[in-house]
Design a binder for this molecule. Structure first.
Ligand SMILES: [Zn+2]
Ligand SMILES: [Zn+2]
Length: 401
């Protein structure tokens, strides 16, 4: 019965296992922590892993990792993120956040619980696995810093656990997604999540009396022109076959109703997929802002920061997940085309090894669901056993490839 381990790893959680997964998720949900501050979260996950018989190692600061299986075979990385958001929860759930102003509003609590569920299965099968699996709990996804911190600590090459034979050869990451109903799964080949950039434009004019505009240079009017020009840059300057978003998310300037503002600060984000486009954006944005502000006699300075790179799924890994999903209990629809302009720092693992980042529907079927990062965001927990079974099946498929 060579398939025993495969079937066991692929099976949906038993009622007892599913209960434990929900309990982990609710406990983690109640105590959210912000990016790279996941101290209590790390302690909780470490204790849960200890209870399963693991000896977890701290990686990337507040992250954790264990390795399942024996021998020197290349390993598959399974990654869950750990951090929450600066959001005041408004769900009214009995296990809602006990920390004011902090909330697991993206579902990372569910990711950790599901990966704990898979880890328990891997532990019970350790002697039978035909390869190795690195199970990693990653801090700091929302600020785009945690994956890099784990890679710097040697997560992909065994430095984290002192085993030079340990080499990660492929990676899987999962996100619950409220825009998909429970039972739907998406695994798309190619670019799935965007380059995320952050910019700050400072528009400088010359202050003056609100009744004497001809003696001043109005930074508010110049800033308004910059906002419009940035939108025209997308709609008129960009190739419509190449996705691009430019959002100005904050605008601050001026101090009184009758004073012409000397300075206005704009902050925003650019989202794109292609590397060429991403490389052009800093200069393009700067030139657009300088020209638009200059038409009103004002100056514009631009600070531009790359936040996270775009996430590209390997075609074979996406196919492996999609085929696993088609065979997974509870999955009734497999999509292969979902892409979005949000960012995800799993991209840094996918940059190093063939990887697939897939989405598991967590919206309640037949009901409209709140988007991620909303104070009313909820996860339909019926998604959790589906996610665990799918991750287990995809892991089994990779190990027996
Ligand atoms: Zn998020
Ligand atoms: Zn997220």
């Amino acid at each position: 019965m060579t398939q025993t381990w495969f079937e066991h790893l692929s099976a949906p959680p038993t009622a007892t296992e599913a209960e434990a997964i929900v309990a982990w998720r609710r406990a983690l949900h109640a105590e959210p922590e912000l990016s790279l501050c996941e101290v209590d979260t790390q302690r909780y996950v470490r204790e849960a892993l200890h209870a399963q018989g693991w000896q977890p190692v701290a990686v990337g600061g507040t992250g954790l990792a264990v390795v399942a299986g024996r021998g020197t075979a290349p390993a598959l990385l399974l990654r869950a993120d750990m951090d929450a958001l600066p959001v005041q929860e408004q769900t009214g759930l009995p296990f809602a956040s006990r920390r004011p102003g902090h909330m697991h509003a993206c579902g990372h609590d569910a990711h950790m619980a599901c990966l704990l569920g898979v880890a328990a299965r891997l532990r019970s099968l350790e002697d039978q696995l035909p390869g190795r699996v690195v199970v990693a709990f990653q801090p700091g996804e929302e600020n785009g810093r945690g994956a890099v911190a784990m890679i710097d600590d040697g997560l992909l090459d065994g430095r984290w656990c002192g085993d030079p034979t340990l080499r990660v050869a492929a990676a899987l990451g999962m996100h619950v997604w409220s825009g998909l109903p429970v039972g739907h799964v998406s695994a798309t080949a190619g670019p799935v999540m965007a380059n995320v950039d952050d910019f700050k434009i400072t528009v400088r004019g010359r202050g003056g009396h609100g009744a004497l505009p001809h003696q001043a240079v109005d930074a508010v009017v110049a800033a308004a022109a910059v906002v419009q020009a940035l939108q025209a840059m997308v709609s008129r300057g960009n190739d419509p076959m190449q996705p691009l978003v430019v959002t100005v998310g904050s605008i601050h300037g001026g101090s009184a109703f009758n004073v012409i503002a000397e300075q206005v600060e704009l902050r925003g984000t650019c989202r794109s997929f292609g590397r060429d486009l991403a490389d052009q954006l800093p200069n393009w944005l700067r030139a657009t802002a300088v020209r638009a502000a200059g038409a009103y006699g004002a100056q514009a300075d631009c600070e531009y920061t790359r936040y996270t790179i775009a996430l590209h799924n390997d075609a074979a890994m996406a196919d492996l997940v999609a085929r696993s999903a088609a065979a997974a209990p509870g999955v009734d629809h497999v999509d292969r085309s979902l892409r979005m302009m949000a960012g995800e720092d799993f991209a840094y693992f996918a940059e190093q090894v063939p990887a697939c980042f897939f989405f598991v529907g967590c919206g309640s079927p037949g009901r409209s669901s709140e988007p991620h990062h909303s104070p009313r965001f909820v996860v339909d927990e019926a998604a959790l056993p589906i996610a665990v079974a799918l991750m287990g099946r995809a892991t089994a498929a990779w190990l027996s490839r």
